[in-house]
Design a binder for this molecule. Structure first.
Ligand code: HEC
Ligand SMILES: [Cu+2]
Length: 273
């Protein structure tokens, strides 16, 4: 279906149904077609592999054209025409349902699940309201058959990537730039210390006094970000492997938090005087 047809159909329905109006704003996803050849040497470069412990997936991250990786490494902005493709596979599981690991301790690629794509072009994105717009990026999801998955929640792509506006909405930008992992030693358990490993916060509840600093140590290959849920919605900077991130809360109370990148990761901070 072309962009125009989609917009017209939604417009007609829109007179009867408010939801359809909101949906027509995302017809722009149709501009993104399956990026044929993104995984060939001429057209693309794989810049990262992510083991997702939270949803037991093995993921490959590709950039096309391949020189986008060189540009990012030189500190240049991501150019118009860039296509980033995240290929999702099931991780192979053992008899207990745990991901099988290779000699390096990494997940092993299983069945192909989906391709999610973001593409940036000059002039794209102007039709979106500011609270949704991701610069000039559009998003699209494709099934293993390379056809558009019309059940995908495209608005969700915009919402989840939006807080990363400071890095041009590319969550894996550090990998694209080839930033070296940090070298912070593994923490000893102690007051105000939380370790992040295998997509879990440990301890799950950290107890501190008001004004006492809390420090998270990330030993996962994936980046994480502490995000307090609820009214204030405080977020720490993203921590790469081997990096720490810190937070201090002045007021007593119980604060639930999640990882801003992997919302299924949950923890609690108890501030008591
Ligand atoms: C729950 C939050 C969330 C949602 C929803 C989401 N993403 Fe992402 N996306 C991520 C995270 C986190 C990464 C970094 C890689 C990883 O950990 O898997 C990522 C990475 C990507 C990448 C690789 C480039 C980058 O930004 O790092 C693409 C492409 C992408 N997502 C496309 C999509 C598309 C298309 C949708 C909607 C169908 C979508 N995403 C929805 C969280 C999300
Ligand atoms: Cu995380």
């Amino acid at each position: 279906m072309t962009h125009l047809k989609m917009a017209t159909a939604a417009g007609l329905l829109g007179t009867a149904c408010g939801v359809a109006i909101a949906f027509s704003a995302l017809a722009g996803a149709d501009k993104v077609t399956y990026p044929e050849g993104f995984d060939t040497k001429d057209k693309g470069a794989m810049y990262s592999i992510v083991d997702r412990h939270d949803n037991k997936q093995y993921r490959e991250l590709w950039a096309s054209p391949a020189n986008v990786v060189d540009l990012a490494r030189e500190g240049k902005p991501i150019p118009s025409g860039t296509v980033l493709t995240l290929v999702q596979y099931k991780a192979q599981l053992d008899a207990d349902g745990k991901p099988v690991k290779d000699a390096k301790g990494r997940f092993v690629k299983g069945d192909l699940v989906a391709y999610t794509v973001m593409e940036k072009r000059d002039g794209w994105g102007t039709e979106y309201p500011n609270e949704l717009r991701n610069g000039e990026w559009e998003y699209q999801a494709f099934g293993p058959d390379k056809k558009i998955n019309d059940k995908a929640n495209i608005k969700g792509c915009f919402e989840c990537h939006k807080p990363h506006a400071g890095q041009d909405f590319v969550i894996s930008l550090a990998s694209l730039k080839g930033t070296k992992p940090g070298e912070e030693a593994q923490p000893k358990a102690g007051p105000g210390i939380v370790s992040v490993a295998d997509f879990k916060f440990g301890p799950e509840t950290v107890v501190v006094a008001p004004g006492q600093q809390i420090t998270w140590y990330n030993s996962d290959g994936s980046p994480h970000q502490v995000t307090i849920t609820g009214a204030k919605g405080q977020r720490t900077p993203i921590m790469q492997k081997g990096q720490t991130t810190k937070l201090t809360l002045a007021d007593a109370g119980i604060y639930d938090y999640i990882c801003g990148l992997h919302p299924a990761m949950k923890g609690k901070i108890e501030v008591k005087s």
